[in-house]
Design a protein around this ligand. Structure first.
Ligand SMILES: [Zn+2]
Length: 257
């Protein structure tokens, strides 16, 4: 079992696209984005982060042709990529939201998976969600709290089963000290890295399909972007704390920075 995958688990709006792009600074690592959407992306001939549509992107050429010939099993498409680029470590950033909670367990049965549990402070995640959906404050805060908690819970289940393949990464660690984070992941993957490695340099685009639109940003660097959670409505904070406060305290015992 030498086909390697990095699986990014956790909740959405936690920086998984930024983390995926950062990890591509490591040798042999290429991010596929949210691979669970691959069939939809192929069906719609969606745009790859390299700028080409999947039908004309050299990276996706062979799996896309297979799909057009009627191959619909995701594993066959994944194996085609491993066949085309042996020894490459692919990132699947499908996370562990409710619809995908079993996904890393299934992948771990067939591949050598390093599971990265990406956690972002729940209040910051709520702030991001409320910016997009400012209406129904109570409802949105409750739904975000429950889904955030479940996504992290499912990641913790992975740790229980595969402790040696699990790595906890915090969003705040990603934006404050990306170089140390890269070294930590390289160590877990047993990769040799250059002493010159700098996590604040320009990040590679890779061939990412679904995910946050920053996957298309040609000039992207890690920046220290900490949300100001003081601006969150008090009701939102209260609702979030009511449903998920114990888990927030577990990961952030002394605040979010
Ligand atoms: Zn591409």
């Amino acid at each position: 079992m030498n086909k390697k995958i990095i699986y990014i688990g956790g909740y959405g709006w936690s920086g998984s696209t930024l983390l995926s792009r950062l990890l591509m600074l490591l040798p042999k690592v290429i991010s596929l984005g949210e691979f669970h959407n691959i069939k939809e992306d192929f069906k719609n001939n969606d745009k790859c982060s390299c700028g080409e549509h999947v039908s004309s992107c050299f990276f996706w050429k062979a799996p896309f042709q297979k799909f057009q010939q009627g191959v619909v099993e995701e594993k066959d498409l994944f194996d085609q990529l491993h066949f085309d680029q042996p020894n490459t470590i692919f990132i699947d950033a499908s996370k562990t939201t409710f619809s995908n909670f079993q996904r890393p367990f299934k992948l771990a049965e067939a591949y050598d998976v390093l599971f990265i549990h990406l956690v972002r402070d729940g209040f910051s995640v709520l702030g991001s969600n409320l910016k997009r959906k400012p209406r129904n404050l109570f409802w949105n805060s409750m739904v975000t709290a429950i889904h955030w908690k479940l996504a992290n819970y499912f990641s913790e289940r992975f740790k229980l089963k595969y402790r040696d393949r699990y790595l906890l990464v915090k969003y705040e660690e990603l934006i404050h000290d990306p170089t140390t984070l890269l070294k930590k992941v390289a160590k877990a993957l047993d990769l040799k890295i250059s002493d010159e490695l700098n996590g604040f340099c320009m990040l590679p685009l890779g061939h990412q399909i679904s995910g946050n639109n920053i996957r298309f940003e040609k000039e992207l660097k890690v920046e220290k972007r900490i949300s100001n959670t003081d601006e969150l409505p008090r009701v939102g904070k209260w609702v979030f704390s009511f449903f998920s406060g114990s888990m927030v305290k577990r990961y952030y015992p002394s605040g979010n920075s």
